[in-house]
Each structure stands twice: as structure tokens, then as C-alpha cells.
Design a protein around this ligand. Structure first.
Ligand code: XMP
Length: 510
């Protein structure tokens, strides 16, 4: 099978690059620069190599470097940003650093007529993020693009099929980035583009069948798309050795616990254990208001509950989690900043009583996970469910969490979801829910004064949940939801709609 190696030098975009390549139906495999050798690359049979960006400067002693022999294997290489500079450095070019040359954001680039820039206008917009730049081209390379500030915005040694670009073709802000990657994959590397998501399923099933043979596997099933897809995928690989544990932590949406039990236990025939742990979680969370502490407590308690269940089930070797790529990035991968600790990544305690953790979806984006789910035969309404965070309503109640607040929020949230469904807006709004703010305000009901909570409604439209737009919901839908919530849910006097996109806000309020 043809495949591309994405050699990771610590940038933020390794998965995005791999994903772009997969979108073009070529399999992409990511390896950290220090986890593979030149010999390893030779024997793996890659059709091409992409060097990712990274936060370092090639001259820092501690910065990630690679064996320069990689440039002589005969496999085409595309270096991006730091990867471009590193390629120049390895081939004895010179990299300089000057504030005057730094560029950030959309930049006009002038490109030459070379295979990498086939079918691209000679002047276009690219996305830059750099201070270092290539000052002297390495021997055998020529300059194939420049910007106002960057004399070598791209270079190549056409004979050896080595290309480097200072900008980021993988981000959508680079107008013709997709075309450039296509040119690299199909024209320069000679790929055919016949890889499909089915191949990912097949490879994962084979891999886990071999690796986890004879082992007892426990999966944390939340009922969300990610863990559901992970469950069905793992079930294919290890069959009845898989037990799914569904922790009802009391922080779920209305009716969720029964839905999960019925869908997976009854319809899918998975070994499913439902643990009612509401009291345990509420005790741990009592009085806690700080969002990161809530997340850590819930993450840790999850694991403790699993451990307890595992003990009851006998020796369990492997814990499976439905972690997907955006969870990994936002919990602080490598040098990227921690935005919030997703309960199934940053919230993990250091010591847990399982030998291994398996995360079969760790490299996929949400829409890819859905595609895997559909191909696994999971029903449409489940695959297209809106996501629900592991810490549940705890991160949708601002301030401390009590059973009373949870019940109020559950009702308000159920009404909002019902109104979105009534208006057939489930597709345009990718995630929609209610948040119980910590703010109380005065209202009037009958002729009496009321003093109750303010509920915020949130709805976002997004592809990948890394960025999101607030949904332009029709006023009528908001009006109906607001009217019903204030009438049907006691304890709420006011409803507001959140009109913040991500960034600067996040989707969840905590
Ligand atoms: P944020 O709030 O980070 O949300 O913009 C992006 C997406 O991730 C979901 N989310 C989580 N999912 N565990 C999860 O499994 C978590 O701790 C978590 N926090 C946020 C959120 O609902 C949205 O879809």
C-alpha cells in the first residue's frame, strides 16, 4: 500500500498534514523524528516524506535534527516551515534569523513554474509563521518562490525531488495549499490515491487483533460518537474479550443513561456494564468551582471507577479510550499550549492499574471518526450525534455543582435540543446545548417577583471543533426555546444566547 511518512519535528500541524494527505486518498503515517532511522525509512517503502514545521531554530543545539542521508535515499521530500529550513541546513545551506524578515499570517507569494506549483497562479496568498529564513540556498537547490520579506519562500532540487516551502500549505489560509499537496503526492511522489477509510478500519482491526490477542480489554463507553466508534472497532478486533464500562456519573443529559444502555447493550450486543456513580462524583465535586479542577477530579474519578470495575471483572490488561486528535492538541501536545484538559488525556492520573492504554482514533478528526462509524455500520443518528464532553454537565454549570442545578440544566437543555430538532436544524448546528450560569436575576411570574438562574444557550457550527462559528439560529427557534424554558423549568428567570465564536471563546464554557 502506498504511504507517506510525515516526519514530525514538534510542530502543531503534523496531524493536519496527515489528514490533508488522507483526504487525497493516500495513507499518511506520522513518526516523531527521533523514532525512526534512515534504514527504517528505506525498508518501510514510503512514496514520499513530509517534514513538518516546529517551534525551534535549526542552530539551537537541542533542536530536532535528522540524518542528512535522508535526502539521498531517492524518496521525494517536502519540507514545511522548520522542515524547509532543516532541509536547507542539512544540505549545507544557510539559515538566518531576523525580526525584519519575520512574517505572520496571510502573505502574497510569487511562485515559479515548477511541478510543485503546477496549476497555481504565479501570485497567490500563502500563510506564513516564521522569523528564521533561508539565507543561502544549499548546493543543487534553486529558489522557486519569494515574498516581499522572504527571499526564499520555497526551494527545490528537482533532480532529487526535494522541495521545501517556508509557508504552510496544509492550512486553509494558503489559497492553493491543497493543489500544492496534490502536486507533491501525485506528480512528484507518483501516488495513485486509492486509499480509503476502509483501509484504516482493516489496518486497525488487524493491528489490535494481533497486539491484544488473548488480552482482556476494557473500554470506557460514554455513548458519544468517539467512544461508540472505538467500541465497535475494538469489538471487531477482539470480540468478547472486550467489556464496555459505561459510567453514569450523574452529569449526563436527560435520558442519556438509558439510551446508552439500550443502544449498546441490547442492539449492538456488546458486553456492557453500567455503573451508577452519581453520588461518588457529586461528593468529589462538592464545592469545586475552578474549571480545571473539575476536569481533573472527573478524569481521575473516571479512572478509579474503571479500576474498581476492572477488579470485579478479573485481570484486565488494556484500557481503550475514544480519544480523537483535537482532544490531544487542546490538552497540550508537545509545545502547544494547554487550552483545557480533556478528561481522557490531560486528566489522566499518572498511575493507573492497567498495563496498557489503546486509543484507536487518536489520529483522526471528528468527521473522519464519523466516516469510520458509518463504514462500521453504526446507525446514522448515532454517528451524527452531536458531541458531548466527558466531564458532562459539570463543565456547563458555572460555579459549584449540585444535584438541584444539574436537574435544572438537564431540563433546559432537553427543551433546547427538542426545539432544534423541531426546526430540523441538527445538521447546521453541529453542537448545541444549555449552560447554567452562576448569575441570578430578577424576573416576574404571575404577579410575583422571581429570582432565578440565567441559562445561556450555545450553538456552534464547525467542521472539526478546533474552530467554530456561533450558529445563526432563527429568532423564532430562540424565542420558542426561551419561552418554554422559562415556563417549564422552575428556577430559571432569564435565557441568553451566546454569540461568541471559537476562538476567542471555546465551545464549552469551562
Ligand atoms: P472546546 O470547549 O474545547 O470543545 O472548544 C471542543 C469540543 O470538544 C468537546 N470537549 C470535550 N470532549 N472530553 C471530551 O471528550 C472533554 O473533556 C471535553 N471538553 C470539551 C466539546 O464538547 C466540543 O465538542
Amino acid at each position: 500500500m502506498e504511504k507517506i511518512l510525515v516526519l514530525d519535528f514538534g510542530g502543531q500541524y503534523d496531524q493536519l498534514i496527515a489528514r490533508r494527505v488522507r483526504d487525497m486518498h493516500v495513507y499518511a503515517e506520522i513518526k516523531a523524528y527521533n523514532k525512526i532511522t534512515v534504514d527504517g525509512i528505506k525498508t518501510a517503502g514510503y512514496s514520499g516524506i513530509i517534514f513538518t514545521g516546529g517551534p525551534n531554530s535549526v542552530y539551537d543545539e537541542a533542536s530536532p535534527h535528522f540524518d542528512p542521508q535522508i535526502l539521498d535515499i531517492g524518496i521525494p521530500v517536502l519540507g514545511i516551515c522548520y522542515g524547509d529550513q532543516l532541509m536547507a541546513y542539512m544540505a549545507n545551506g544557510e539559515v538566518g534569523s531576523a525580526e525584519d524578515n519575520s512574517e505572520y499570517g496571510k502573505t502574497t507569494v510569487f511562485t515559479a513554474d515548477v511541478p510543485l506549483f503546477k496549476n497555481i497562479p504565479r501570485e497567490s496568498i500563502c500563510w506564513m509563521s516564521h522569523t528564521d529564513f533561508i539565507e543561502t540556498l544549499p548546493h543543487g537547490f534553486k529558489c522557486i518562490a519569494h515574498t516581499a520579506k522572504c527571499p526564499v519562500a520555497a526551494m527545490c532540487d528537482e533532480k532529487r525531488r526535494l522541495y521545501g516551502v517556508q509557508f504552510h500549505p496544509e492550512v486553509t489560509h494558503t489559497e492553493y495549499g491543497k493543489q500544492m499537496l496534490e502536486n507533491f503526492l501525485f506528480d512528484i511522489c507518483g501516488c495513485n490515491g486509492d486509499w480509503k477509510m476502509d483501509d484504516f478500519i482493516e489496518r486497525s482491526v488487524e493491528k489490535y487483533r494481533a497486539e491484544l490477542a488473548g488480552k482482556k480489554v476494557l473500554l470506557a463507553l460514554s455513548g458519544g460518537v468517539d467512544s461508540s466508534v472505538a467500541a465497535v472497532l475494538m469489538h471487531r478486533a477482539v470480540g468478547n474479550n472486550l467489556t464496555c464500562v459505561f459510567v453514569d456519573h450523574g452529569l449526563l443529559r436527560k435520558g442519556e443513561g438509558d439510551f446508552v444502555e439500550n443502544t449498546f447493550g441490547k442492539n449492538f450486543g456488546l458486553n456492557l456494564v453500567r455503573v451508577n456513580a452519581e453520588e461518588r462524583f457529586l461528593q468529589k465535586l462538592a464545592g469545586v468551582t475552578e474549571p480545571e479542577r473539575k476536569r481533573k477530579i472527573i478524569g481521575e474519578e473516571f479512572i478509579r471507577v474503571f479500576e474498581d470495575e476492572a477488579k470485579k471483572l478479573g485481570k484486565i490488561n488494556v484500557l481503550v479510550q475514544g480519544t480523537i486528535y483535537p482532544d490531544v492538541v487542546e490538552s497540550g501536545k508537545g509545545d502547544s499550549a494547554v487550552i483545557k484538559s480533556h478528561h481522557n488525556v490531560g486528566g489522566l492520573p499518572d498511575v493507573i492499574a492497567f498495563d496498557e492504554i489503546a486509543e484507536p482514533l487518536r489520529e483522526l478528526f471528528k468527521d473522519e471518526v464519523r466516516e469510520v462509524g458509518a463504514r462500521l455500520g453504526i446507525p446514522h443518528e448515532l454517528v451524527w450525534r452531536q458531541p458531548f464532553p466527558g466531564p458532562g454537565l459539570a463543565v456547563r454549570i458555572i460555579g459549584d455543582i449540585t444535584k438541584e442545578k444539574l436537574d435544572i440544566l438537564r431540563e433546559a437543555d432537553a427543551i433546547f435540543r427538542e426545539e432544534i430538532a423541531n426546526a430540523h436544524l441538527e445538521k447546521s448546528a453541529n453542537q448545541y446545548f444549555a449552560v447554567l450560569t452562576d448569575l441570578r436575576s430578577v424576573g416576574v411570574k404571575g404577579d410575583a417577583r422571581t429570582y432565578g438562574y440565567t441559562v445561556a444557550l450555545r450553538s456552534v457550527t464547525t467542521d472539526d471543533f478546533m474552530t467554530a462559528e456561533w450558529t445563526r439560529l432563527p429568532y423564532e427557534v430562540l424565542e420558542w426555546a426561551s419561552g418554554r424554558i422559562t415556563n417549564e423549568v422552575s428556577g430559571i428567570t432569564r435565557v441568553v444566547y451566546d454569540i461568541t465564536s471559537k476562538p476567542p471563546a471555546t465551545v464549552e464554557w469551562e
